[in-house]
Design a protein around this ligand. Structure first.
Ligand code: ZN
Length: 500
């Protein structure tokens, strides 16, 4: 048994190395690679992906998994490793390699066409490409398979939020939308916040230095990570001991760089906090996109946009930016970073309206997959949903259905639910941390984040993928996923900000 286990671990460790090497190439492509490297880089990454897939789906891996599953004497950790690998193995075998190759070349072409169509505000060109993507997404879902009582989107959702189904997500999102739409309307009727204090010129280097300082204070370990600049901020992992984050800088909007850094810091701290004993295995990873996003949102919003946090940082910020903030009151700044403004663009949305952007995309994905909505009708349905949910209508498709990359560079289905599941969970986890350590809110006003960070590490981060999303949610918060903590957080915060 020990020999078989060792052989399995050696094989899986090599696959993990190939995947991590691919992640390094991807990180380099998004940060420092000169444009001339694009063609070779695409080829190199495809080669590594193919090798990783071939090695992981080798017959011998299947034999070892079958033999080890029947063994009685495995340690608890090894038993979890075998069962998670078995699930990954089954999924990897369900989709034929020829289909995966065809799909990846389709989405590469689609992504290229999208960058041009977006610049030209040209949905018509994208329509047939998106129709093909929808057909292939359906095919993908069929290969993965789903319950006869289930929904065709289920396997695509499961790919990033394992265990979640349309039947579970739909009622949660419907309940959230029912609460949010009137709350956003009530806010819109109040006097609007003046956020001009954060919308002026802020020197590039000083923005980056301040954001890095807060990331370090929160607990992001720069000895096992680094921060670089990119166009679309992201976090990537090569090892538990090398987790990189990226951000971007907008010279004329103070919030853009800082909150991108704090968001990615949350993702990065999760990955850095995975137990060292899982290093080099596929278990050293976040357990689902929803739980991952709960950590980015918790640090970005619940902590980073809180009044308590700025009681500590505002005097420091004023010292760093005496000309820009010297004469601005803390409360003026706090209101500016929390201004609610229903808008057209998801990635620019405030905390209160953000989920409405996500929920409508999730519903449209489900309708497209089930065939109750056609691609040709998508732009108009998009506009009318924005009018009913957010009270705004885009002048063109650039600010409508062409804005997000997801459907043009991956499957239609499973792409969006994680964002809102993460927001819901962020409040649930924060409440549980405070229930266990009532000093956390006061600690934050003193710039002490360790109590919160340690609780998150002990209850969420260290487990990696050894617990599923629903297991870690239940174990850490004592409850299944539910919107109550999140709604009471939003009501409390925005009720006070807008005197509702
Ligand atoms: Zn994120």
């Amino acid at each position: 048994m020990t020999e078989k286990l060792q052989e399995l671990k050696t094989r899986v460790s090599a696959v993990t190395d190939l995947r991590m090497a691919n992640a390094v190439l991807n990180w380099d492509q998004s940060t420092y690679m000169p444009a001339g490297g694009a063609v070779a880089r695409g080829r190199q990454m495809a080669t590594l992906s193919k090798l990783a897939h071939e090695q992981f789906t080798d017959d011998r891996v299947g034999e070892l998994l079958t033999d080890l599953a029947a063994e009685q004497g495995l340690s608890a950790e090894d038993a979890v490793l075998v069962s998670v690998l078995q699930k990954d193995f089954d999924k990897a075998l369900k989709v034929p390699a020829s289909f995966l190759a065809e799909f990846s070349s389709h989405v590469a072409a689609s992504y290229q066409a999208w960058t041009e169509a977006r610049a030209a505000n040209d949905f018509a060109t994208m329509q047939p490409i998106l129709e093909k993507n929808l057909d292939m997404s359906r095919q993908y879902a069929e290969y993965l398979g789903y319950d006869s009582q289930g929904h065709i989107a289920d396997p695509l959702i499961d790919a990033s939020d394992e265990g979640m189904t349309v039947a579970e997500v739909r009622p949660v999102f419907a309940a959230l939308r029912k609460e949010l739409v009137p709350l956003v309307k009530a806010v819109a009727e109040q006097e609007q916040i003046d956020d001009s204090c954060i919308l002026k010129f802020f020197p590039h280097d000083k923005q980056l230095a301040f954001g890095s300082r807060v990331a370090k204070d929160f607990g992001y370990d720069f000895e096992r990570g680094r921060l670089d600049l990119t166009y679309h901020p992201f976090c990537t992992t090569f090892s538990v001991n090398d987790v990189r984050i990226t951000s971007r800088i907008n010279d004329n909007d103070f919030g853009d760089c800082l909150f991108s850094i704090l968001h990615e810091t949350g993702h990065g701290m999760y990955e850095q906090g995975v137990s060292q004993s899982l290093e080099g295995t596929p278990l050293a990873d976040g357990t689902s996109s929803g739980v991952h996003e709960s950590q980015s949102r918790l640090w970005e919003n619940i902590v980073g946009r809180s009044h308590g946090c700025w009681q500590h940082y505002y005097p420091i910020l004023q010292e760093s930016f005496p000309e820009e903030f010297g004469k601005v009151e803390l409360d003026t700044f706090y209101k500016a970073i929390n201004k609610v403004q229903p808008g057209l663009i998801r990635v620019d949305a405030d905390e209160l309206t953000y989920n409405l952007h996500v929920i409508l995309r999730f519903e449209l994905e489900c309708q497209l997959l089930e065939g109750s909505l056609e691609i040709k009708d998508l732009p108009e349905v998009w506009h009318s949903r924005y009018e009913s949910d957010l009270g705004v209508r885009a002048p063109s498709d650039v600010d409508g259905v062409l804005q997000d990359v997801h459907w043009y560079a991956g499957t239609i289905g499973g792409a969006f639910q994680g964002y809102t599941l993460g927001n819901i969970l962020s409040a649930q986890f924060y409440d549980a941390a405070v229930a266990a350590n009532p000093s956390i809110p006061t600690d934050i006003t003193k710039g002490e984040f360790q109590t919160l960070h340690t609780w998150l590490k002990d209850n969420i981060y260290q487990h990696g993928r050894t617990l599923t999303a629903s297991e870690v949610t239940k174990q850490a918060s004592g409850q299944d996923l539910n919107i109550d903590p999140y709604m009471s957080y939003l009501r409390g915060k925005y009720g006070a900000l807008y005197s509702l």
